[in-house]
Design a protein around this ligand. Sequence first.
Ligand SMILES: Nc1ncnc2c1ncn2[C@@H]1O[C@H](COP(=O)(O)OP(=O)(O)OP(=O)(O)O)[C@@H](O)[C@H]1O
Ligand SMILES: [Mg+2]
Length: 311
Amino acid sequence: MSATSGLPIEVEDLTKAFGRGSRATAAVRGLSFRVNPGRITGFLGPNGSGKTTTLRCLLGLVTPTSGAARFAGMRYQDLPEPTRQVGAALETAGFHPGRTARNHLATMARAAGLTPERIDAVLSEVDLTDAADRRVGTYSLGMKQRLSLAGALLGDPGVLVLDEPANGLDPEGMAWLRALLRQRAANGATVLVSSHVLAEVQQTADDVVIIAQGSLVHAGPIAELAVPAGTQRVRLRSPQAQDLARQLQAAFPSVVIDPSDDIATVQVTGISAEMVGEQAHRAGIVLHELTPLGGDLESVYLELTAQGEQS
Ligand SMILES: Nc1ncnc2c1ncn2[C@@H]1O[C@H](COP(=O)(O)OP(=O)(O)OP(=O)(O)O)[C@@H](O)[C@H]1O
Ligand SMILES: [Mg+2]
């Protein structure tokens, strides 16, 4: 595990256009954001919004049209030890199907000037030890994702840049990936993980950077993504739960009441816990539980990215 903490990632007014002249289209437009060490940052946006292009600029694989994407002020290609400082997994398509996983990692290690000692360690870290000597062509999508991640971990880097690492992972694989990223971040690593599905990063990310059509629509702690009115959910338990549910429905016609198996418990969607509590107080109804269950973050994300598309 890296003793040194990761470098911050700084994207500054980054623009990348493909094509020339009147045919040029900007995949990334004036994008700025910062990714801090010791935290997991979810890089979110719909298909085609410019996530992979941004990451390719960051890793020196394409040249920005203008602006910059750097690590603590340095371009990837100017880092003193890029393969030990930054680990990246951009796509799973690049494996030679005839090679074994061990072979693939050995080739990567040689190309990156890394010693082969880490190979067994990373194979074990991604749980591929038993399949290490099988040809990659026989791997499932999830196994290929694990192998990409193994490649990213090879230099034991302080920065991880992962493009859609959860694609193809089953729920157990997702939980495993979350734990791995969490541990890395806890050790001071900078972790940037892209996804087009908010739900995928919702449980993992500390911060989110959301883009649409190549431009920033939101950046900040995930906890600060405001839940839209009308989507908050509240669970209440009361000896008069059914009575209270009827009153809430009458007072707030748009709320949705979901009954449960337990007659004393109902779930209310569309108003805050405070509003439920106040209604109970007005009616003189005793509450045994009043729990805000959060809101529908996915709809916040859809709204934010839809706004980006209109502009
Ligand atoms: N090499 C290229 N030449 C021309 N256009 C490109 C090139 N690479 C990307 N684009 C275009 O740039 C836009 C952004 O693509 P990009 O792959 O960065 O999106 P993304 O957010 O990673 O999408 P996804 O969620 O589907 O992976 C798309 O319209 C794409 O067609
Ligand atoms: Mg992509």
